[in-house]
Ligand binder design. Sequence first.
Ligand SMILES: [Zn+2]
Length: 448
Amino acid sequence: MEVEIATIGGYEEVGRQCTAVRAGQDVVIFDMGLNLSKVLIHDNVETEQMHSLDLIDMGAIPDDRVMSEIEGDVQAIVPTHGHLDHIGAISKLAHRYDAPVVGAPFTIELVKQQVQSESKFQVDNDLIKMEAGETMQIGDETELEFVNVTHSIIDAINPVLHTPEGAVVYGLDKRMDHTPVIGDPIDMERFREIGREGEGVLAYIEDCTNASKKGRTPSERVAREHLRDVMESIKDYDGGIVATTFSSHIARVKSLVEFAEEIGREPVLLGRSMEKYSGTAERLGFVDFPDDLGMYGHRKSVDRTFKRIMKEGKENYLPIVTGHQGEPRAMLTRMGRGETPYDIEDGDKVIFSARVIPEPTNEGQRYQSEQLLRMQGAHIYDEIHVSGHLSQEGHYQMLDALQPEHVFPAHQNLQNAAQYVDLASSEGYTLGEDIHLSRNGQVHQLTE
Ligand SMILES: [Zn+2]
């Protein structure tokens, strides 16, 4: 059987992930992501209104025109998890394919919300929920399986396409977490089985975001203890404490909520995406927040909450807000600019439970946001965080577990993907032979 891999997006950047795998006449597309930085660099771009081709030209979504070179029919579109760089282009591209979107329940729920807010295209693809550990028949001879992995968002999976020529493992995005705060540990046992059963692993597409980082990415448990330590240390402070993190990082939000209560403060979630992700996670039963936890997204209800906090005393509350990257329109940035009823005063604490995404736009915005907060006397706690991506030792362990015939580094620019090539070379792989440094829009035929 012919097996081909088309590296469509995310092979020259972090963002707009997209890869197609063809096995005989059946094609599966893994991820359809958005490169948000290409959108944010323009003022006031409303992507909901934009046409796919314009977004492709901007470099914001994958250029899937290469699909016309691929034979066969697309049988499924499979997002790995709910981060925008993996699902953000579904509303712009999925309608071109007569295929369902198949994902884990939390991911599908986020896709559903995105499709509903799309105003340019009618996206009628079926949305199918499939749990980690489950499989789905794709055509006559191939099968799709979801393996549970751990990442900085709940319900992340690595999809595996089992073909007669061996398995194709799509390995984006994960870290090896054996003690996650929400959900099950990464299923390394299953990866080891897949590496040894049947024809073994034909190809492994790997998330090499942190391929330059030595050692091991710590568990979420470590970030949680770090956060607990910081919050315990300021428990006697009688002024304002504000925290920010990735809205989609439900495990971290849960830790913040719990520790707020431990230090005698009422947590409250503020900002549109805080309300969206935490509300969705709670509704689907992934997290059990206190019954009276306030979540507010709309400007009016946020302002009302801030006024209540100012009236009843900032020392009684922990606002958990959007804006960890200094995004100009996010809550924390607005607080720094004095655009909300919440006054930041000399000595108040701001906790960034996040790391700045190393990208010049983010770094600049985050710098500005922090300066605004400092000018009002805020004290900053930074980088209370662990990465969601494997470091070098995790990569070695994955290669050992899967023993893939071919490896494709992804989720990076070419410069950083080269770091992964070095790593794999030390395990006996050869560039251009069985490790493929690919660009966006290339097609690789693996078997005949
Ligand atoms: Zn991710």
